[in-house]
Design a protein around this ligand. Structure first.
Ligand SMILES: NC(=O)c1ccc[n+]([C@@H]2O[C@H](COP(=O)([O-])OP(=O)(O)OC[C@H]3O[C@@H](n4cnc5c(N)ncnc54)[C@H](O)[C@@H]3O)[C@@H](O)[C@H]2O)c1
Length: 236
């Protein structure tokens, strides 16, 4: 399979390593220093986009214009997700965004929803999310923490929206972001009461789980159409 890597930083390089091991070829490596590489994406069977929040929209539109299926892991741009979904559909494109491509985190997302539905009747418990990432991470809270928050908001009636930092009232779900090195990503969902606490926690040990997951999704998506989700791929 011919792959275009859009964003050739820590994630792009990790994906390249696995792609070469699996006998794929890399036909474009687009980054801030090599923007003209974007012209080569039309040679690719699939594009994998891990860049940065201020670059992702233009990159995704370039993939749809070039009729190349695209897997996107860049976080911090979700306020424009509807625009991208519409653009993809209008161009009969293929698109999958995931805030986190690791199998373990996607199992954790499911566990989070099940736990939230169990905790919904027990109003003495408050719930909050903590996330820890390396200091170079550009967005906060993490895309993974936002997905966890969305899972909780779907199930816990007393929580209406998430907020960055401490909550000012009980209807808000607090997400606390911590930045320290090295930390590929740790997420904890905490239910606390005066009597006891319940916590679930996922700790990534490296970027390998994200990189391999994105590559497996790229192999799967190349002959699909439309806007797809990790749930379609993992059948969780
Ligand atoms: N979804 C997941 O599973 C997952 C996992 C890890 C990281 N991420 C996200 O992926 C993104 C990249 O992470 P990273 O650790 O590789 O970051 P990084 O800073 O190491 O790399 C970012 C790359 O984007 C490039 N870039 C800048 N402008 C660009 C442009 N206009 N077009 C193309 N490339 C451009 C930079 O030159 C750099 O190579 C971040 O948003 C991060 O939060 C997602």
């Amino acid at each position: 399979m011919k792959i275009a890597l859009i964003g050739y930083g820590k994630m792009g390089k990790a994906i390249e390593g696995f792609a070469l091991q699996r006998n794929h070829s890399i036909v474009a490596k687009v980054d801030a220093n090599h923007p003209a590489e974007i012209l080569k994406i039309k040679e690719a069977d699939v594009a994998i986009e891990f860049s940065q929040p201020d670059a992702v929209i233009e990159n995704l539109k370039a993939c749809f214009d070039a009729e190349v299926p695209v897997v996107c892991g860049t976080t911090g741009w979700l306020e424009r997700k509807n625009e991208i979904t519409t653009y993809c559909k209008d161009h009969n494109g293929t698109f999958l965004y995931a805030s986190n491509f690791s199998l373990g985190v996607n199992l954790f997302f499911r566990l989070n929803e099940i736990l939230a539905s169990m905790m919904n009747p027990y109003e003495t418990y408050d719930v909050a999310i903590d996330e820890i990432h390396h200091t170079q991470k550009k967005d906060a809270p993490s895309g993974t923490a936002i997905t966890l928050a969305e899972g909780i908001l779907k199930e816990i009636d007393r929580k209406k929206n998430w907020v960055k930092g401490d909550n000012s009232n009980q209807s808000e779900l607090a997400i606390h972001s911590f930045r320290e090195d090295p930390a590929p990503g740790t997420h904890t969902v905490k239910y606390t009461s005066a009597i006891d606490d319940i916590e679930i926690k996922h700790t990534a040990h490296s970027r390998d789980g994200f990189a391999m997951g994105a590559l497996l999704v790229a192999e799967w998506i190349r002959d699909k159409k439309g806007v797809l989700h990790m749930g379609d791929f993992l059948k969780l």
